[in-house]
Each structure stands twice: as C-alpha cells, then as structure tokens.
Design a protein around this ligand. Structure first.
Ligand SMILES: Cc1cc2nc3c(=O)[nH]c(=O)nc-3n(C[C@H](O)[C@H](O)[C@H](O)COP(=O)(O)OP(=O)(O)OC[C@H]3O[C@@H](n4cnc5c(N)ncnc54)[C@H](O)[C@@H]3O)c2cc1C
Length: 452
C-alpha cells in the first residue's frame, strides 16, 4: 500500500463526489479514488423531469467530469468500474473494469460506501417492455428523452403517485401527452396531510391528468415488438405508448450486506454520528444509509440529495482523519404540481400519533403578500403540534408562490425544537411585494396557540 492515506469511494452520483471532495480537502496528503459503474459522475438527477420536459439541455446536468474532479479536487475517478466486492479482512475492494472486463483489487485505509438507491419495480408480467422506464439514473433520463424524440408517444401511463410521479405528470403534460396516473391509494402523495393530498388531486385533475385511485397494476400487455400497449389493473385497462414507473426507491446495499455491514430496521446501512459503519474503516453516506429522525429520535430512510450531501461531507471528513458529526435530519421536501407549490417539513400527524405524541393539528389559509398586491396568492399551513411540549412536529405548506420558503422557516423551528409560542414571536418581514403585515407563519402560530 502507498504511504499516503488511501481513501476509496464507491458511487459517483451525489454522495460519492461530495465525500471524495471533502476527504481530499480535509487531508491534502490523502490519495482519494472514486469508482462509478456508469459513464457519468456528479449528475443532476433531480433536474431530469425538467430536462425531459425540454426546459433545459440534459447535457447541462453533468456538473463534473472525471477530469474536472481530478484537476480541481485532486480525486482520481474511475468510471465504468463496478465494485463487485468489499473484503474487510484484507481492506480491499474487488473492482471490474467494465471496458476491459478485467478484475482488479484495490487496497484501502478508509472506504466510503455511497452506493445510493435503486428504483422500485412491480415484478408483474410484461414490465420489461422497451417503453417502460424508471427515472433514477442518467441512463434512465437519456432513455426517456430519446424514446420521446424518436417515437413521439401520445399516451403516457405513470404508475405511482409520489414526488416523481407528480413531476413526471407535469413534464409529460408539457410535452402534450395524455397522462393517466395509476395509484394504489385513494389519494396521491402518501405521508402528507389529508387536505394537502386532496388539494394535489384537484390540481392534477384540473391540469388534465386522469388519476386512477386504488388501482393495483397486474400486468403489461406487449405487442410483438416488445412495446407495452396496455396497462392492466384491477380498475381497468389503460392504453399506453410510454410507461413511467415511479414507485419509490430502495437502498442499494448488496455490497454492504455481503461485507457484513450492519443494516437497520429500514433496510438501509446503519452508521454512527460520524457516518462510520460497524465495520472498521468503512464509512457510508447518502441514499444507501438510514438517518436519525430528529423529531422522533428513531431511524428513518430519507433518500434526498440534501441528506446525501450532508452525510457525505461528514463521511469524507472523518475518513480523512477529521471528527465531524451528523446529528440527524428532518424531512424537508417540496414538489411543484403544475400551479401548486407543496412542501412538507417534519413528521405527519399520523407519524406523530404512532410515536406517542399528543397531537393537535391546526390549519389556516392566508395571503402570501398584502392582498391588494398583484400576485398575492393563498397559502395554507397545516401545523402538527405536540400538546405536552407545545413543540411543532411537522407542517404542510401549500398554495401559491412563497409556500416553500415559508416551509423552510418552519423546518428550522422543528429542527430546533421550538414551541408554537416561540414561532408566534418570530420577527418576520412585512413588505407589500413579499409578505403581509402578519405573515402566514404568524397567523398559523397564533391560531394554533388558541387551540392548545
Ligand atoms: C427524478 C428525481 C428527482 C429528485 N428530486 C430531488 C429533490 O428535488 N430534492 C432532493 O433532495 N432529492 C431529490 N431526489 C433524490 C436524490 O437525487 C438522491 O437522494 C441522491 O441522488 C442520492 O445520492 P447518492 O449518491 O446517495 O445515491 P445515488 O444517486 O443512487 O448514486 C449512487 C451511485 O452509486 C453508483 N453505484 C452503485 N453501486 C455501485 C457499485 N457497486 N460500483 C460502482 N458504482 C456503484 C450508482 O451507479 C450511482 O451512480 C430526486 C431523485 C430523483 C430520481
């Protein structure tokens, strides 16, 4: 082994490059190498629904090349290199060069696992049709873009009414397709409050999306060219020229599992506050890990780029000899569904009840700006509060422009365990083009105080 500390990183999309860069910055003498099985690293997967809609050139989503990482960050990058095995006893990884098909063993002093997640599938007949796509990698995005260009599909069926299902509904409608969204429950966006979900459904239908409720997909009917023509469900059969599966993701943990790295109740890798796994010298970060939910104190699976980047910095710094800690996260997510902005921070009322909190919910609708100002829109805030501690546990914020940034303010309050009284005393801006005298956050807090 070289005299310099050798830090190897597996995975090159979001967490991997962040961890590698942080490690190289922390220890200028470290030799940092990153392995990625695909051709691309450092890719803006979150922007792909908009690239598919034609709002930007897909090529612009590649933020770093192997060359730029080498030059700017002092990281050696090996793309088209699949890590097949971690051998903790020898402190090595076994890597297949996908160009030459040769196997090479690399020694490490520290290893960072950032293998991410994989898109869920249904495992029903016909799912391998050549017009059935998931959206979890650059290859997926390019395949969809190319298919749309060459085959000009008119009828799209999206299966799964979560965040990606919402974003893809809007993208495919923007491309002029008829969109049918098949969902297993009565309402889209499980995990949000009931009123938020009902509002999302209205927005989808208002924008021409046919939402099929309580539908279980049973099979895909292919033609003799291998294209799916119909999606068969227990609620009827739907014609399709293109099918998008948006069924959530699962942590990619096969390598970790084989190396006896401990998995948690969520099925993802367990780490301590330093992102260290149970195996000496091995750290993990990103979608392959679970994190501590700051509100409940319990482990949760939160596959978000924000969490991936933060945990990656911790893993990178510690692998390079630092002492950084990650205390956990709250859910902080937003999605745009046509004209509706929706955000969730913290936990839902259902989760709060399941975790033994004494739950009070409170909902208000207020103007985003002074009512007479052009562009003033309604914003609804649902607060979930613990009656005993008076702390805010979660919030849904939806409506017009300004909903998401208000959710951010509430997110900080939840993360810092502030009470509803603390929030009611926030000094928030009043300025007619931006916010009314009593910001919707203050209106919500004062209303909730009355209820408690
Ligand atoms: C369409 C879409 C929209 C999203 N929007 C948002 C958003 O708005 N906000 C947000 O916070 N998050 C969003 N996310 C989630 C976010 O993209 C992920 O949380 C983030 O990409 C996780 O990064 P990661 O590096 O941990 O994992 P991944 O992105 O899964 O990357 C893991 C990488 O590891 C590689 N790899 C795996 N195994 C091996 C191996 N054995 N050898 C070599 N390489 C390997 C994979 O090829 C992959 O490139 C979105 C995700 C998608 C798909």
């Amino acid at each position: 082994m070289t005299n310099r500390r050798r830090i190897l990183v597996i995975g090159g999309l979001a967490a991997g490059p962040s961890a590698a860069a942080k490690a190289a910055r922390t220890n200028l003498n470290a030799e940092v190498m990153l392995f990625e099985q695909s051709e691309t690293i450092s890719y803006g997967i979150c922007e792909t629904p908009y690239a598919i809609a034609g709002m930007m050139d897909e090529n612009r989503l590649v933020f770093h090349t192997p060359e730029s990482l080498r030059q700017q960050k002092n990281i050696q990058v090996k793309t088209l290199h699949l890590v097949e095995r971690i051998v903790p006893a020898k402190q090595t990884i076994v890597v297949r060069d996908l160009r030459s098909h040769s196997l090479v063993e690399y020694e490490y002093e520290k290893l960072i696992v950032a293998t991410g997640s994989a898109s869920n599938k249904l495992a029903v007949p016909g799912e391998n049709g050549r017009n059935v796509f998931t959206l979890g990698s650059r290859d997926d995005a390019i395949n969809i873009i190319n298919y749309v260009k060459t085959e000009t599909p008119k009828q799209a069926v999206i299966i799964g009414g979560g965040y990606i299902g919402m974003e893809m509904s809007e993208s495919l409608r923007a491309l002029g397709m008829d969109v049918t969204l098949i969902h297993i429950l009565r309402l889209p966006m499980e995990g949000l409050e009931l009123d938020t979900r009902e509002r999302v459904l209205i927005e989808l239908e208002k924008n021409g999306v046919q939402f099929v409720t309580n539908a279980q997909t049973e099979a895909f009917q292919q033609d003799n060219t291998g294209k799916v023509r119909h999606v068969i469900t227990n609620r009827g059969t739907f014609a399709a020229d293109i099918v998008i599966l948006s069924l959530g993701v699962s942590p990619n943990v096969r390598l970790a599992c084989d190396a006896k790295i401990r998995l948690g109740v969520t099925g993802a890798i367990v780490t301590d506050e330093r992102q260290q796994t149970n195996v000496d010298g091995i750290y993990a970060a990103g979608d392959c890990c679970e994190v501590r939910n700051i509100v409940t104190g319990k482990p949760m699976y939160l596959p978000l780029a924000t969490v991936a980047s933060r945990t990656a910095w911790i893993a990178g710094e510690n692998a390079a000899g630092g002492r950084a800690v990650f205390k956990g996260a709250i859910r902080a997510v937003a999605v745009k569904v046509f004209g509706l902005d929706i955000a969730q921070v913290g936990i839902s009322s259902e989760e709060a009840k399941a975790n033994g909190f004494q739950v009070v919910t409170s909902s208000i609708t207020a103007n985003s700006k002074v009512g007479v100002m052009p562009g003033s829109e309604k914003i609804t805030i649902d607060l979930i509060i613990d009656k005993r501690s008076k702390c805010v546990l979660g919030a849904n914020v939806y409506g017009g422009h300004g909903a998401v940034l208000r959710a951010n303010t509430l997110g900080v309050a939840i993360q810092q365990k502030l009470t509803i009284g603390d929030i009611a005393r926030f000094d928030l801006i009043y300025s007619p083009p931006f916010a009314p005298l009593w910001d919707p956050i203050l209106v919500a807090a004062n209303e909730a105080k009355k209820k408690i």
